[in-house]
Design a protein around this ligand. Sequence first.
Ligand code: THU
Length: 566
Amino acid sequence: MKRVFLIVLDSLGIGELPDAPLFNDHDCNTLKRISSSPFFCFENTGKMGMGNIDGLDLPKEDHPTAAVCRLLERSMGKDTTIGHWEIAGIVSPAPMPTYPKGFPREILEEFTRQTGRGILCNLPYSGTDVIRDYGEEHLNTGKLIVYTSADSVFQIAAHEDMIPPEELYEYCRIARGILKGKHAVGRVIARPFTGTPGNFTRTANRKDFSLPPPRPTLLDALYEKGKTVYAIGKIGDIFAFRGVTERALTHSNAEGMRLLSKALDKDFEGLCFANLVDFDMLYGHRRDVDGYARAFAEFDRWLPTFTERMRDEDLLIVTADHGCDPGHDGSDHTRESVPLLVYGQSVNPLNLGTRSGFCDIAATVGEYLGLSFRGDGKSFLPLIALPTQTEKSLCAAAIEAQTKAYSPYSEFSVGAALLTESGKIYTGCNIENAAYPSTICAERTALFKAVSEGERTFSMLAVYGAKREHPRGFDFADDGKIENPGTLTPIPEEPTEETPHFPDHLHTDAWFSDGVCPPCGVCRQALSEFCDPSMPILLVRRDGTFRKTSLGDLLPHSFTNKNLKN
Ligand code: THU
């Protein structure tokens, strides 16, 4: 019985995205900020490998227990709804509309026409101030108090004695019906209040009318297949309850964690999707660094109590939906990348580097739970599966092939092992030439050997490269021949360069310079002629461990025969 527990630490960003200035953000990094607090503790998330994530300046873990990754947001937004929709598979190309100057006339005229009621305020306003300033006029005229905030919301306040909550909810439904297309706000909110002028107070009858996701999400796909979708916290609301089979509201992170622990005792096949909102609501927006750090430490302490009770087929995914750096100006969210931790008995604790799109989570969960759903994402499940015997053999073959390299000029020896669909392994090494450009790489040697033997379909590639033992590994004899071509045992690893800070180009990421030899561009193109973009590529390191990537990840837009027909 496969169960996925997906936990969103609301607003736990890990550093600004390259386009942060478009969102009026700069120098924001929620996790980094809270790590400066004396209350910060990341003992257990650290053991999982949180500190190994690209771009993070936290202690590293040599033997992490979870697969980790930095995820970049593809959607043009930094709000909760868009972030969660992307986690569930949908990229939003445009931010949800906000109304710093109030709603346009055509919207309000249509609203008045359908409700028969006039409008007061129509500005961004604090919820308590708005009833203080407009409550009396509302009681005298029967007009509705319409206001907004920095978020994408259309809020309607009305006194319960004048307009009973049910009637107010009906007005919200009318507003929801009007606010479509470019005016599709994230939420319409009923804000009933009570009391007398000077003493108005809001009641507990607030009700949110969320915008349903524009396309089917992972939740819909699970629902359709009869799987469980258990929504904890505000998850149900974010998806307008679509695809949710069971839900539990929470009032705090502690309650969310308690419900998650309880969910471990339930028998179900599907997804338990939880949002821990205190990080954002109580500490991020209020710019409370120590409060945020304390809340994170609480989560960190709780984590092992959860993981130790997980079953063999359970998967735990921890991530975030956007940033809300408590040390940043203002009180708004911040445009950041987010962490991803994936833990489970079937997970290989690899560092997946940096990936573009929270939606890869949905694709991965979809694949894990046997759905065809991938949404806008790409599944990284094959990348984090534990190494198979085939993978181990292929890595060993690449290391062995490297010992045959002829590389007297660069003193860098490479071995490649290419697996055919029928299970045969073709190896190759780099073969250099005194006329330098005549050199051929190990990958192409293997590929061309195989193709020339009639092979056409391949299922995996392993590459290993290392400097040779003697720095000056060869000499020229009098007759011009090379003697002493050097022994081919690799020299001990040299310290790698410091991780360059994002937003440097992906290839400079630690992931690709951490003792691996990624195929060069020409080899990627040559391979793409015969191999599928999904073909796994194993980048083998000195200790025999490997990074797993795919041809499509390394070369997303190869030149193909289709381009020849333009
Ligand atoms: N090399 C490979 O064999 N494969 C690669 O993907 C990268 C580079 C070889 C070519 C050359 O002999 C040496 O490494 C240094 O560039």
